[in-house]
Design a protein around this ligand. Structure first.
Ligand code: ZN
Length: 114
C-alpha cells in the first residue's frame, strides 16, 4: 500500500496549503511522478479518489505527469537521460552516476478557485 501512504502525505500537504491561502475550491491537482518512484498510476488515482470523497479536495481531478530519469555522471559531470540499462555516460562511457531526478512524487501545482 505504498501508493496510499504517498497520496495521504500529499493530501495533508495540499490541505495545509489550501487553509493558508483561503481556497474555496480545488479544480485539479497536478502530480509529478518520477519514473523510478515505483508507484503505479492506477493505484495513485484510486487512492486519490478514495481519499478526496470529502474535505477541501472533494471533486478535485488528479493529473499525473511522468518525470523522466535524469542522472549526473560522477566522472565528467554530464547530465543525461538514460534510456535503458545499463546506464552509461554518452560523453565518457563511465558507469558511475547519481540519480538527480525521477525518484520522487510531488505536487507540481494546485488549480484553485479563490
Ligand atoms: Zn561522463
Amino acid at each position: 500500500m505504498h501508493e496510499t501512504a504517498l497520496i495521504q502525505n500529499l493530501i495533508v500537504v495540499a490541505q495545509k496549503t489550501l487553509e493558508e491561502h483561503n481556497v474555496k475550491r480545488v479544480n485539479s491537482v497536478t502530480l509529478s511522478v518520477g519514473k523510478l518512484s515505483n508507484a503505479m498510476p492506477d493505484a495513485l488515482s484510486f487512492a486519490f479518489e478514495a481519499m478526496t470523497q470529502r474535505g477541501s479536495l472533494k471533486g478535485a481531478k488528479l493529473i499525473m505527469k511522468e518525470i523522466p530519469v535524469t542522472v549526473c555522471c560522477l566522472d565528467c559531470g554530464a547530465e543525461y537521460n538514460p534510456l535503458n540499462f545499463p546506464i552509461i555516460c554518452p560523453k565518457c562511457n563511465s558507469i558511475y552516476y547519481k540519480i538527480t531526478q525521477g525518484e520522487d512524487i510531488f505536487i507540481e501545482s494546485l488549480d484553485c478557485e479563490f
